[in-house]
Design a protein around this ligand. Sequence first.
Ligand SMILES: Nc1ncnc2c1ncn2[C@@H]1O[C@H](COP(=O)(O)OP(=O)(O)O)[C@@H](O)[C@H]1O
Ligand SMILES: O=C(OP(=O)(O)O)[C@H](O)COP(=O)(O)O
Length: 403
Amino acid sequence: MKTIDELLSEGVDGKRVFVRADLNVPLDGTAITDDGRIRAVLPTVKALAEAGARVVVASHLGRPKGAPDPAFSLAPAAARLGELLGSEVRFATDTVGESAQSTVAGLAPGQVAVVENLRFNAGETSKDDAERGAFADRLAALADVYVGDGFGAVHRKHASVYDLPARLPHYAGHLIASEVAVLKKLTEDVRRPYVVALGGAKVSDKLAVIDQLLDKADRLLIGGGMAYTFLKAKGHEVGISLLQEDQIPVVKEYMERAEKKGVELVLPVDVLVAPEFPDLRTKAPANPTTVAADAIPADQEGLDIGPETRKLYASKLADAATVFWNGPMGVFEHPDYAEGTKAVAQALIDSPGFTVVGGGDSAAAVRTLGFDETAFGHISTGGGASLEYLEGKTLPGLAALED
Ligand SMILES: Nc1ncnc2c1ncn2[C@@H]1O[C@H](COP(=O)(O)OP(=O)(O)O)[C@@H](O)[C@H]1O
Ligand SMILES: O=C(OP(=O)(O)O)[C@H](O)COP(=O)(O)O
Protein backbone atom coordinates (compact mmCIF):
# COMPACT_ATOMS: atom_id res chain seq x y z
CA MET A 1 0.00 0.00 0.00
CA LYS A 2 1.53 3.34 -1.01
CA THR A 3 1.18 5.93 1.70
CA ILE A 4 0.80 9.67 1.71
CA ASP A 5 4.50 9.97 2.61
CA GLU A 6 5.37 8.61 -0.83
CA LEU A 7 2.88 10.99 -2.43
CA LEU A 8 4.41 13.94 -0.57
CA SER A 9 7.90 12.96 -1.62
CA GLU A 10 6.70 12.69 -5.25
CA GLY A 11 5.27 16.21 -4.85
CA VAL A 12 1.67 17.47 -4.86
CA ASP A 13 2.17 21.16 -5.55
CA GLY A 14 -0.85 22.44 -7.45
CA LYS A 15 -2.39 18.96 -7.79
CA ARG A 16 -6.02 18.38 -6.95
CA VAL A 17 -5.98 15.72 -4.22
CA PHE A 18 -9.26 14.00 -3.29
CA VAL A 19 -9.28 12.96 0.37
CA ARG A 20 -11.97 10.40 1.20
CA ALA A 21 -12.43 11.09 4.91
CA ASP A 22 -14.96 9.82 7.46
CA LEU A 23 -16.51 13.01 8.83
CA ASN A 24 -19.57 11.10 10.03
CA VAL A 25 -19.75 12.94 13.35
CA PRO A 26 -22.62 12.91 15.86
CA LEU A 27 -24.83 16.00 15.53
CA ASP A 28 -27.42 17.66 17.73
CA GLY A 29 -29.24 19.62 15.04
CA THR A 30 -26.31 21.38 13.40
CA ALA A 31 -24.06 21.28 16.50
CA ILE A 32 -21.28 18.68 16.44
CA THR A 33 -21.29 16.85 19.77
CA ASP A 34 -17.91 15.16 19.21
CA ASP A 35 -15.38 16.22 16.57
CA GLY A 36 -12.98 13.29 17.03
CA ARG A 37 -13.33 12.09 13.44
CA ILE A 38 -12.55 15.56 12.09
CA ARG A 39 -9.47 15.82 14.29
CA ALA A 40 -8.38 12.37 13.13
CA VAL A 41 -8.05 13.43 9.48
CA LEU A 42 -6.24 16.72 10.25
CA PRO A 43 -2.68 15.34 9.85
CA THR A 44 -3.49 14.25 6.29
CA VAL A 45 -5.32 17.42 5.26
CA LYS A 46 -2.68 19.67 6.85
CA ALA A 47 0.23 17.83 5.26
CA LEU A 48 -1.36 18.04 1.80
CA ALA A 49 -2.30 21.70 2.12
CA GLU A 50 1.14 22.63 3.43
CA ALA A 51 2.69 20.84 0.45
CA GLY A 52 0.64 23.04 -1.89
CA ALA A 53 -2.08 20.60 -2.93
CA ARG A 54 -5.58 21.74 -3.82
CA VAL A 55 -7.36 19.56 -1.27
CA VAL A 56 -10.87 18.24 -1.92
CA VAL A 57 -12.31 16.54 1.16
CA ALA A 58 -15.31 14.24 0.78
CA SER A 59 -17.28 12.10 3.24
CA HIS A 60 -20.63 10.60 4.01
CA LEU A 61 -22.65 11.66 7.04
CA GLY A 62 -25.41 9.44 8.41
CA ARG A 63 -27.54 7.34 6.12
CA PRO A 64 -29.54 9.65 3.82
CA LYS A 65 -31.44 7.86 1.09
CA GLY A 66 -29.41 8.77 -2.01
CA ALA A 67 -30.85 12.29 -2.33
CA PRO A 68 -30.10 15.65 -0.66
CA ASP A 69 -31.43 15.92 2.90
CA PRO A 70 -30.48 19.04 4.88
CA ALA A 71 -30.45 17.09 8.16
CA PHE A 72 -27.36 15.26 6.89
CA SER A 73 -25.45 18.21 5.41
CA LEU A 74 -21.68 18.22 5.85
CA ALA A 75 -21.71 22.03 6.26
CA PRO A 76 -21.17 21.90 10.07
CA ALA A 77 -18.27 19.46 9.62
CA ALA A 78 -16.70 21.70 6.95
CA ALA A 79 -16.96 24.71 9.27
CA ARG A 80 -15.36 22.75 12.12
CA LEU A 81 -12.56 21.55 9.83
CA GLY A 82 -11.82 25.20 9.01
CA GLU A 83 -11.68 26.09 12.71
CA LEU A 84 -9.34 23.22 13.47
CA LEU A 85 -7.09 24.01 10.51
CA GLY A 86 -7.14 27.71 11.33
CA SER A 87 -7.78 28.56 7.70
CA GLU A 88 -10.71 29.00 5.35
CA VAL A 89 -12.40 25.82 4.14
CA ARG A 90 -14.69 26.28 1.16
CA PHE A 91 -17.91 24.30 1.01
CA ALA A 92 -19.61 23.01 -2.14
CA THR A 93 -23.36 22.59 -1.77
CA ASP A 94 -23.37 19.52 -4.01
CA THR A 95 -20.97 16.61 -4.40
CA VAL A 96 -20.13 16.46 -8.13
CA GLY A 97 -22.37 19.15 -9.67
CA GLU A 98 -21.94 22.79 -10.57
CA SER A 99 -21.06 23.91 -7.05
CA ALA A 100 -18.41 21.20 -6.56
CA GLN A 101 -16.87 21.82 -9.97
CA SER A 102 -16.60 25.59 -9.56
CA THR A 103 -15.40 25.30 -5.94
CA VAL A 104 -12.61 22.90 -6.92
CA ALA A 105 -11.70 24.97 -9.99
CA GLY A 106 -11.37 28.03 -7.77
CA LEU A 107 -9.00 26.43 -5.24
CA ALA A 108 -5.53 27.90 -5.07
CA PRO A 109 -2.59 25.63 -4.11
CA GLY A 110 -2.75 25.00 -0.36
CA GLN A 111 -6.51 25.64 -0.12
CA VAL A 112 -9.07 23.15 1.16
CA ALA A 113 -12.67 22.49 0.10
CA VAL A 114 -15.30 20.08 1.40
CA VAL A 115 -17.95 18.78 -0.98
CA GLU A 116 -21.46 17.90 0.19
CA ASN A 117 -22.39 14.46 1.59
CA LEU A 118 -21.43 11.66 -0.82
CA ARG A 119 -24.61 9.75 0.11
CA PHE A 120 -26.81 12.49 -1.35
CA ASN A 121 -26.05 10.61 -4.59
CA ALA A 122 -27.62 7.19 -5.16
CA GLY A 123 -24.49 6.04 -7.02
CA GLU A 124 -22.36 6.19 -3.87
CA THR A 125 -23.92 3.21 -2.11
CA SER A 126 -25.48 1.42 -5.09
CA LYS A 127 -25.12 -2.36 -5.34
CA ASP A 128 -25.02 -1.97 -9.11
CA ASP A 129 -21.39 -1.79 -10.33
CA ALA A 130 -22.26 0.39 -13.34
CA GLU A 131 -24.22 2.91 -11.27
CA ARG A 132 -21.42 3.14 -8.71
CA GLY A 133 -18.86 3.37 -11.50
CA ALA A 134 -20.70 6.23 -13.19
CA PHE A 135 -20.68 8.19 -9.92
CA ALA A 136 -16.99 7.35 -9.37
CA ASP A 137 -16.27 8.76 -12.86
CA ARG A 138 -17.86 12.05 -11.84
CA LEU A 139 -15.84 12.12 -8.59
CA ALA A 140 -12.65 11.29 -10.51
CA ALA A 141 -13.20 14.35 -12.72
CA LEU A 142 -12.70 16.53 -9.61
CA ALA A 143 -9.16 15.33 -8.85
CA ASP A 144 -5.74 14.16 -10.01
CA VAL A 145 -4.86 11.97 -7.03
CA TYR A 146 -6.82 9.97 -4.42
CA VAL A 147 -5.95 9.68 -0.75
CA GLY A 148 -8.00 7.18 1.25
CA ASP A 149 -8.26 8.26 4.88
CA GLY A 150 -11.84 7.43 5.89
CA PHE A 151 -10.98 4.42 8.00
CA GLY A 152 -14.51 4.21 9.45
CA ALA A 153 -15.91 3.47 5.97
CA VAL A 154 -13.28 1.10 4.50
CA HIS A 155 -15.62 -1.89 5.02
CA ARG A 156 -18.13 -0.34 2.60
CA LYS A 157 -18.00 -1.24 -1.09
CA HIS A 158 -19.06 2.27 -2.02
CA ALA A 159 -18.10 4.41 -5.04
CA SER A 160 -15.82 6.83 -3.17
CA VAL A 161 -14.22 4.03 -1.15
CA TYR A 162 -13.83 1.24 -3.69
CA ASP A 163 -14.41 2.40 -7.28
CA LEU A 164 -12.78 5.83 -7.21
CA PRO A 165 -9.26 4.74 -6.18
CA ALA A 166 -9.21 2.43 -9.21
CA ARG A 167 -9.59 5.52 -11.39
CA LEU A 168 -6.80 7.68 -9.91
CA PRO A 169 -3.28 7.23 -8.51
CA HIS A 170 -4.08 6.23 -4.92
CA TYR A 171 -2.42 6.41 -1.52
CA ALA A 172 -3.35 5.69 2.10
CA GLY A 173 -3.54 8.71 4.40
CA HIS A 174 -1.98 8.98 7.86
CA LEU A 175 -5.15 7.86 9.69
CA ILE A 176 -5.65 4.67 7.70
CA ALA A 177 -1.96 3.84 8.01
CA SER A 178 -1.98 4.26 11.80
CA GLU A 179 -5.31 2.43 12.34
CA VAL A 180 -4.10 -0.54 10.29
CA ALA A 181 -0.78 -0.66 12.14
CA VAL A 182 -2.54 -1.04 15.52
CA LEU A 183 -5.23 -3.46 14.39
CA LYS A 184 -2.70 -5.62 12.54
CA LYS A 185 -0.93 -6.24 15.83
CA LEU A 186 -4.24 -7.39 17.32
CA THR A 187 -4.70 -10.00 14.60
CA GLU A 188 -1.11 -11.26 14.73
CA ASP A 189 -0.33 -11.32 18.41
CA VAL A 190 -3.39 -11.55 20.64
CA ARG A 191 -2.68 -11.98 24.32
CA ARG A 192 -5.35 -13.95 26.18
CA PRO A 193 -7.90 -13.81 27.66
CA TYR A 194 -9.20 -11.87 24.66
CA VAL A 195 -12.53 -10.25 25.48
CA VAL A 196 -14.78 -8.56 22.92
CA ALA A 197 -17.66 -6.33 24.09
CA LEU A 198 -20.33 -5.52 21.52
CA GLY A 199 -23.27 -3.16 21.70
CA GLY A 200 -24.67 -0.26 19.73
CA ALA A 201 -27.51 0.05 17.28
CA LYS A 202 -26.17 -1.28 13.96
CA VAL A 203 -27.34 -4.72 14.98
CA SER A 204 -27.56 -6.53 11.64
CA ASP A 205 -24.05 -5.40 10.58
CA LYS A 206 -22.49 -6.39 13.83
CA LEU A 207 -24.28 -9.69 14.44
CA ALA A 208 -22.51 -10.96 11.33
CA VAL A 209 -19.04 -10.45 12.80
CA ILE A 210 -19.79 -12.74 15.73
CA ASP A 211 -19.52 -15.70 13.36
CA GLN A 212 -15.74 -15.20 13.08
CA LEU A 213 -15.22 -13.79 16.56
CA LEU A 214 -16.37 -17.13 18.01
CA ASP A 215 -13.13 -18.58 16.59
CA LYS A 216 -10.97 -15.77 17.93
CA ALA A 217 -12.22 -14.41 21.25
CA ASP A 218 -12.36 -16.15 24.64
CA ARG A 219 -15.31 -14.11 25.89
CA LEU A 220 -18.02 -12.06 24.19
CA LEU A 221 -20.03 -9.56 26.21
CA ILE A 222 -23.24 -8.47 24.54
CA GLY A 223 -24.99 -5.20 25.36
CA GLY A 224 -26.67 -2.24 23.64
CA GLY A 225 -29.37 -2.80 21.07
CA MET A 226 -27.76 -6.08 20.08
CA ALA A 227 -28.63 -7.82 23.36
CA TYR A 228 -32.36 -8.12 22.69
CA THR A 229 -32.04 -10.40 19.69
CA PHE A 230 -30.06 -12.77 21.95
CA LEU A 231 -32.58 -12.51 24.79
CA LYS A 232 -35.42 -13.18 22.36
CA ALA A 233 -33.49 -16.17 20.94
CA LYS A 234 -33.33 -17.53 24.50
CA GLY A 235 -37.12 -17.34 24.58
CA HIS A 236 -37.51 -14.15 26.62
CA GLU A 237 -39.99 -11.34 26.02
CA VAL A 238 -38.13 -8.20 24.82
CA GLY A 239 -41.09 -5.83 24.55
CA ILE A 240 -40.51 -3.05 22.04
CA SER A 241 -36.69 -3.22 22.25
CA LEU A 242 -34.49 -3.11 19.15
CA LEU A 243 -34.84 -6.56 17.59
CA GLN A 244 -33.45 -8.27 14.50
CA GLU A 245 -36.21 -10.86 14.21
CA ASP A 246 -34.79 -12.53 11.06
CA GLN A 247 -31.48 -13.16 12.83
CA ILE A 248 -32.93 -15.20 15.70
CA PRO A 249 -31.98 -18.59 14.15
CA VAL A 250 -28.46 -17.27 13.46
CA VAL A 251 -28.10 -16.06 17.03
CA LYS A 252 -29.34 -19.43 18.37
CA GLU A 253 -26.62 -21.11 16.33
CA TYR A 254 -24.02 -18.68 17.76
CA MET A 255 -25.11 -19.57 21.29
CA GLU A 256 -24.84 -23.31 20.58
CA ARG A 257 -21.45 -22.93 18.91
CA ALA A 258 -20.10 -20.79 21.76
CA GLU A 259 -21.15 -23.45 24.24
CA LYS A 260 -19.45 -26.24 22.23
CA LYS A 261 -16.25 -24.25 21.76
CA GLY A 262 -16.04 -23.09 25.36
CA VAL A 263 -16.35 -19.41 24.37
CA GLU A 264 -18.16 -17.47 27.09
CA LEU A 265 -21.05 -15.60 25.50
CA VAL A 266 -22.30 -13.31 28.23
CA LEU A 267 -25.72 -11.63 28.07
CA PRO A 268 -27.28 -8.98 30.31
CA VAL A 269 -28.93 -10.26 33.48
CA ASP A 270 -30.83 -7.02 34.02
CA VAL A 271 -31.74 -4.02 31.89
CA LEU A 272 -33.19 -0.51 32.19
CA VAL A 273 -36.55 -0.18 30.47
CA ALA A 274 -39.04 2.59 29.71
CA PRO A 275 -42.23 2.83 27.65
CA GLU A 276 -40.51 5.10 25.12
CA PHE A 277 -37.19 6.16 23.63
CA PRO A 278 -35.81 9.18 25.56
CA ASP A 279 -35.76 12.73 24.19
CA LEU A 280 -32.09 13.27 23.34
CA ARG A 281 -32.55 17.00 22.68
CA THR A 282 -34.22 18.08 25.92
CA LYS A 283 -32.71 15.23 27.96
CA ALA A 284 -35.92 15.32 30.01
CA PRO A 285 -35.86 12.73 32.84
CA ALA A 286 -36.73 9.30 31.43
CA ASN A 287 -37.50 7.57 34.76
CA PRO A 288 -36.45 4.08 33.66
CA THR A 289 -37.20 0.91 35.64
CA THR A 290 -34.67 -1.86 36.26
CA VAL A 291 -35.99 -5.32 35.40
CA ALA A 292 -34.48 -8.79 35.10
CA ALA A 293 -33.44 -9.59 31.51
CA ASP A 294 -36.10 -12.34 31.39
CA ALA A 295 -38.86 -10.04 32.65
CA ILE A 296 -39.05 -7.15 30.17
CA PRO A 297 -42.68 -5.96 30.05
CA ALA A 298 -44.32 -6.31 26.62
CA ASP A 299 -44.89 -2.55 26.29
CA GLN A 300 -41.39 -1.43 27.29
CA GLU A 301 -38.05 -0.88 25.56
CA GLY A 302 -34.63 -1.93 26.86
CA LEU A 303 -32.32 1.10 26.75
CA ASP A 304 -29.29 0.21 28.88
CA ILE A 305 -27.76 -2.68 30.76
CA GLY A 306 -28.71 -2.77 34.45
CA PRO A 307 -26.58 -2.50 37.64
CA GLU A 308 -26.03 -6.28 38.05
CA THR A 309 -24.91 -6.54 34.43
CA ARG A 310 -22.51 -3.62 34.91
CA LYS A 311 -20.86 -5.52 37.76
CA LEU A 312 -20.86 -8.78 35.81
CA TYR A 313 -19.25 -7.21 32.72
CA ALA A 314 -16.64 -5.41 34.84
CA SER A 315 -15.70 -8.76 36.39
CA LYS A 316 -15.43 -10.35 32.93
CA LEU A 317 -13.06 -7.56 31.85
CA ALA A 318 -10.97 -7.51 35.02
CA ASP A 319 -8.45 -10.17 33.93
CA ALA A 320 -8.49 -9.45 30.18
CA ALA A 321 -5.12 -9.29 28.42
CA THR A 322 -6.73 -7.91 25.25
CA VAL A 323 -10.04 -6.10 24.94
CA PHE A 324 -11.87 -4.87 21.88
CA TRP A 325 -15.03 -2.89 22.51
CA ASN A 326 -17.46 -1.61 19.91
CA GLY A 327 -20.90 -0.22 20.51
CA PRO A 328 -22.30 1.65 23.51
CA MET A 329 -24.08 -0.51 26.13
CA GLY A 330 -27.08 1.79 26.12
CA VAL A 331 -28.47 5.06 24.80
CA PHE A 332 -25.55 6.89 26.43
CA GLU A 333 -26.56 10.23 24.85
CA HIS A 334 -29.19 10.47 27.62
CA PRO A 335 -27.83 10.63 31.19
CA ASP A 336 -30.38 8.09 32.49
CA TYR A 337 -28.96 5.47 30.10
CA ALA A 338 -25.23 6.26 30.26
CA GLU A 339 -24.25 4.15 33.27
CA GLY A 340 -23.76 0.88 31.36
CA THR A 341 -21.42 2.51 28.85
CA LYS A 342 -19.57 4.32 31.65
CA ALA A 343 -19.10 1.07 33.57
CA VAL A 344 -17.65 -0.74 30.56
CA ALA A 345 -15.36 2.21 29.72
CA GLN A 346 -14.13 2.25 33.32
CA ALA A 347 -13.63 -1.53 33.28
CA LEU A 348 -11.42 -1.18 30.19
CA ILE A 349 -9.37 1.47 31.95
CA ASP A 350 -9.04 -0.78 35.02
CA SER A 351 -8.15 -3.88 33.00
CA PRO A 352 -4.46 -4.76 32.86
CA GLY A 353 -4.58 -5.59 29.15
CA PHE A 354 -4.29 -3.79 25.83
CA THR A 355 -7.62 -2.07 25.20
CA VAL A 356 -9.10 -0.91 21.92
CA VAL A 357 -12.31 1.10 21.61
CA GLY A 358 -13.73 1.22 18.08
CA GLY A 359 -16.60 3.09 16.47
CA GLY A 360 -17.82 6.60 15.88
CA ASP A 361 -20.31 6.56 18.72
CA SER A 362 -18.21 4.46 21.09
CA ALA A 363 -15.26 6.82 20.71
CA ALA A 364 -17.60 9.80 21.07
CA ALA A 365 -19.10 8.18 24.19
CA VAL A 366 -15.79 7.80 26.01
CA ARG A 367 -14.90 11.41 25.27
CA THR A 368 -18.28 13.01 25.99
CA LEU A 369 -18.69 10.96 29.20
CA GLY A 370 -15.47 12.53 30.43
CA PHE A 371 -12.94 9.69 30.15
CA ASP A 372 -9.30 10.39 29.40
CA GLU A 373 -8.57 9.14 25.87
CA THR A 374 -5.00 8.30 26.78
CA ALA A 375 -6.24 5.74 29.33
CA PHE A 376 -7.13 3.40 26.44
CA GLY A 377 -4.63 1.52 24.30
CA HIS A 378 -6.17 2.75 21.07
CA ILE A 379 -9.34 4.57 20.08
CA SER A 380 -10.29 3.62 16.55
CA THR A 381 -12.47 5.86 14.39
CA GLY A 382 -14.12 2.77 12.88
CA GLY A 383 -16.49 0.34 14.57
CA GLY A 384 -17.74 -1.89 11.77
CA ALA A 385 -14.45 -1.35 9.92
CA SER A 386 -12.26 -2.45 12.80
CA LEU A 387 -14.52 -5.40 13.63
CA GLU A 388 -14.38 -6.63 10.04
CA TYR A 389 -10.62 -6.10 9.99
CA LEU A 390 -10.28 -8.21 13.16
CA GLU A 391 -12.46 -10.87 11.56
CA GLY A 392 -9.78 -11.23 8.90
CA LYS A 393 -12.01 -10.00 6.09
CA THR A 394 -10.68 -8.22 3.02
CA LEU A 395 -11.96 -4.68 3.34
CA PRO A 396 -12.91 -3.06 0.00
CA GLY A 397 -11.43 0.33 0.91
CA LEU A 398 -8.08 -1.17 1.92
CA ALA A 399 -7.90 -3.61 -0.99
CA ALA A 400 -8.53 -0.70 -3.37
CA LEU A 401 -5.49 1.11 -1.99
CA GLU A 402 -3.25 -1.92 -2.30
CA ASP A 403 -2.83 -2.46 -6.02
N1 LIG B 1 -30.64 -0.55 23.83
C1 LIG B 1 -30.50 0.32 22.82
N2 LIG B 1 -31.55 0.64 22.03
C2 LIG B 1 -31.41 1.54 21.02
N3 LIG B 1 -30.25 2.15 20.71
C3 LIG B 1 -29.19 1.86 21.45
C4 LIG B 1 -29.24 0.94 22.53
N4 LIG B 1 -28.01 0.85 23.07
C5 LIG B 1 -27.22 1.69 22.38
N5 LIG B 1 -27.91 2.31 21.41
C6 LIG B 1 -27.43 3.35 20.46
O1 LIG B 1 -26.39 2.82 19.67
C7 LIG B 1 -25.79 3.93 19.01
C8 LIG B 1 -24.39 3.59 18.57
O2 LIG B 1 -24.41 2.42 17.79
P1 LIG B 1 -23.33 2.10 16.66
O3 LIG B 1 -23.41 3.11 15.58
O4 LIG B 1 -23.54 0.67 16.32
O5 LIG B 1 -21.92 2.27 17.45
P2 LIG B 1 -20.51 2.75 16.89
O6 LIG B 1 -20.72 4.05 16.13
O7 LIG B 1 -19.66 2.92 18.10
O8 LIG B 1 -20.04 1.65 15.99
C9 LIG B 1 -25.87 5.07 20.00
O9 LIG B 1 -26.42 6.20 19.36
C10 LIG B 1 -26.78 4.55 21.12
O10 LIG B 1 -27.77 5.47 21.54
O1 LIG C 1 -20.08 5.44 11.71
C1 LIG C 1 -19.54 4.60 10.99
O2 LIG C 1 -19.37 3.32 11.38
P1 LIG C 1 -19.39 2.76 12.91
O3 LIG C 1 -20.72 3.17 13.54
O4 LIG C 1 -19.31 1.28 12.72
O5 LIG C 1 -18.22 3.33 13.62
C2 LIG C 1 -18.94 4.93 9.66
O6 LIG C 1 -19.01 6.32 9.39
C3 LIG C 1 -19.64 4.13 8.57
O7 LIG C 1 -20.99 4.51 8.49
P2 LIG C 1 -22.09 3.45 7.94
O8 LIG C 1 -22.19 2.33 8.96
O9 LIG C 1 -23.36 4.25 7.82
O10 LIG C 1 -21.58 2.93 6.61
